[in-house]
Design a protein around this ligand. Structure first.
Ligand code: ZN
Length: 261
């Protein structure tokens, strides 16, 4: 295995709307654009881009970039960065995404759009219900690849309001009926989170959606042998959030303190 990157933010995230701190984030975004421009020059020189020994940004910076992009999205000010031919061609020989985003397959939850990022910026793993626990090698292996091979410093587990997969788990939690095909198996994976959210004040579906994200975050933080150890060493952060279909806002919901999960 290649050397691990050195240094990453030990920042802790509380519950915070993602549309905060836009000014600083935008400045950092320009810095990131500069790093990508450097990658372009490697390609033009005929050299193979090399994975840097340390990530181009810290977890804290990566999250701020997502925060800033979501602010632009929800205010109707998307810049749609890094989508031009000279920009995606420059990444043909290597990728350096800043974050892994694990989100639902729902057509209304398009991470590159709602975070206003471009080609090469985020490593996306999409699966209905953004399930992680019990999801098997396809989901976990994809996440582990981004962490181990691409040195991504941040994983964001992103649920969303009105999630149909979670809604099915809520509706069928006490029923013995079986949903058709593999849908049943998928919904079964979400039921433990629904059970954990039972009895909480507020809307049962919103609570289950939130708990489903938190369960995913918790699973990743303890996932051996790749993700968990890097989190414990402070080289990787795992955050959780819920996207609101009506407002376009992403609310971070998970604090890295295990006691809050
Ligand atoms: Zn969904």
């Amino acid at each position: 295995m290649r050397p691990l990157f050195a240094g990453s933010s030990g920042a802790r995230y509380g519950e915070v709307a993602m549309n905060n701190g836009a000014k600083r984030s935008r400045r950092e975004l320009f810095t990131f654009a500069g790093a990508l421009a450097a990658g372009a020059s490697w390609t033009l020189k005929g050299q193979t881009p090399q994975k840097p020994d340390s990530p181009p940004v810290t977890a804290d910076q990566a999250l701020r970039h997502l925060v800033a992009g979501n602010e632009r999205f929800l205010t109707g000010n998307r810049t749609s960065p890094r989508g031009r031919p000279e920009e995606f061609r420059a990444l043909a020989d290597g990728q350096f995404p800043e974050a892994v985003v694990v989100c639902c397959s729902d057509s209304r939850v398009a991470p590159e759009i709602l975070f206003d990022v471009g080609v090469g910026d985020i490593f996306v793993v999409r699966v209905a219900g953004n399930v992680i626990d019990g999801a098997g090698a396809t989901v976990k292996g994809s996440i582990e690849y981004a962490v181990a091979e691409l040195n991504v410093p941040l994983i964001l587990v992103l649920g969303h309001s009105g999630c149909g997969a979670v809604k099915s788990a809520v509706q069928h939690i006490n029923q013995r009926d079986s949903l058709p095909g593999s849908i049943n198996g998928l919904v079964e994976l979400i039921k433990p989170a629904v059970a954990r959210s039972k009895g909480l004040p507020g809307d049962p579906l919103e609570n289950a959606i939130r708990q489903n994200v938190q369960s995913g975050v918790e699973k990743l933080r303890n996932l051996d042998p790749i993700v968990g150890p890097r989190v414990k060493d402070g080289k990787l952060e795992v955050a959780g959030g819920v996207y609101d279909l009506r407002t376009g806002s992403v609310i971070l919901i998970s604090n890295t303190k295990p006691s809050l999960l």
